[in-house]
Design a protein around this ligand. Structure first.
Ligand SMILES: Cc1ncc(COP(=O)(O)O)c(C=O)c1O
Length: 387
């Protein structure tokens, strides 16, 4: 255990890197050869582990990485990841030299940003840029051909800037109604047709569009959720032409097991009362781990049987009604497979009335991530640091 990064509480997440690799390979096969895959590993790779996922995705056929913030990109560099990294979100203009230092690609969408950044970038520094076009997401990006051309001109005039790419982001690519998607796509095509010169990379598709719409490939796609084995939306589940393999599991172990008599209570507020004689187990995971109180009543797997969480979820612990007596130390699966049962991320998302994207992201850093390859837990942390 020591060499796997020892931890003192029996709750952990397992990230199956073979699933990540297989998902990237499936996406790769689905796309024409010339289309680059930008693996989206922001937010600690949607809670799965940034460098571990990045490394496997690159080995499996991704050519580029994307994160939301420069801090995330620097963290990857510090873990030995040398592949090109695009920062999708906004960066302060005075921090542009940091991008040069770490060889990061920044997203730009304001001419004032470029003017200000030039006050900070030394003459011998070079910064790679992608222009973001807002075609209807309403988040960041240029909205008019004149804004776009002003930006293109400023970049073209200064050799400290290199325009490597241009992109947009779809708001509804995962919905069955394609009207708004088509509008965004046409607007993007119109915007890029007004460029004096096309940069090397043109991209618009997230996982949903990369799976569904060949007309939106251009020459790169940004793949996030599908790489983790999750469907972009329940609506488009049936449209996915290859299997997606869920990489994330969450497990704990019973730290206490007791028999309650009929009418005894459990947890804060004493809201749960046993109906009869019941076996109740305690697991060391709670709302401070992202296993929030709304998950009261959610089932978990014990000895391959669905067993409900009873009583209010506490900060660090919660209680479950066991199917029968099982000993302290028994593994409890909160997400993932156990025996012939499977508890999907989608099931947890439905209980939380949210999307599957949110589930692994909100599982706190307090829960260690263990990595699996070939069905075995492996120690990748040291391997990555020694890279
Ligand atoms: C700009 C941008 N591109 C791509 C992605 C990846 O999207 P998905 O996870 O749906 O593939 C995201 C994710 O939110 C994003 O914000």
């Amino acid at each position: 255990m020591e060499e796997l990064g020892y931890f003192y509480r029996d709750t952990w997440a397992e990230v199956d890197l073979d699933c990540i690799a297989d998902n990237v390979i499936s996406v790769r096969k689905h796309l024409p050869k010339q289309v680059n895959i930008i693996a989206v590993v922001k937010a600690n790779a949607y809670g799965h582990g940034d460098a571990q996922v990045a490394k496997v995705a690159l080995e499996a056929g991704a050519n580029y990485l994307a994160v939301a913030f420069m801090d995330e990109a620097i963290a990857l560099r510090n873990k030995g990841i040398n592949a090109p990294i695009l920062v999708l979100g906004a960066t302060r203009p005075e921090d542009a030299p940091v991008a040069a230092k770490f060889a990061l690609t920044l997203t730009v969408f304001q001419k004032e940003w470029l003017e200000e950044a030039l006050n900070h970038i030394k003459m011998d520094e070079r910064i790679s840029l992608h222009i973001k076009v807002d075609t209807g997401m309403g988040r960041i990006g240029v909205r008019t051909p004149s804004e776009l051309s002003a930006i293109e001109q400023i970049i073209g005039k200064d050799e400290r800037f290199h325009l490597e790419g241009i992109y947009t982001h779809f708001a509804t690519a995962d919905e069955l109604d394609v009207t708004y998607f088509q509008q965004q796509l046409s607007l993007f095509e119109k915007m890029i047709s007004g460029l004096a010169e096309r940069p090397r990379l043109v991209h618009s598709s997230n996982s949903a569009a990369a799976i569904r719409f060949p007309g939106a490939y251009f020459n790169a796609v940004r793949i996030g959720i599908a790489m983790y084995g999750l469907t972009p939306s329940i609506e488009m589940e049936k449209e996915i032409p290859f299997p997606l393999k869920e990489a994330f599991s969450l497990r704990s172990r019973l730290v206490h097991v007791k028999k309650l008599e009929k009418g005894e209570k459990v947890s804060y507020g004493a809201t749960y009362e046993s109906n009869a004689e019941e076996w109740i187990g305690t697991i060391p995971i709670g709302y401070a781990d992202g296993w929030i109180r709304k998950l009261n009543g959610q089932e978990v797997l014990v000895d391959g049987k669905r067993s409900p969480i009873v009583g209010r979820i506490c900060m660090d612990q919660c209680m479950i009604r066991l199917p029968y007596y099982v000993p302290v130390g028994t593994t409890v699966t909160l997400i993932g497979a156990q025996k012939d049962q499977f508890l999907s991320v989608n099931e947890i998302a439905a209980k939380l009335e949210t999307i599957n994207y949110e589930v692994p992201c909100i599982i706190a850093n307090r829960i260690p991530r263990l990595y699996k390859r070939g069905g075995q837990i492996v120690d990748l942390k040291n391997a990555l640091l020694n890279n």
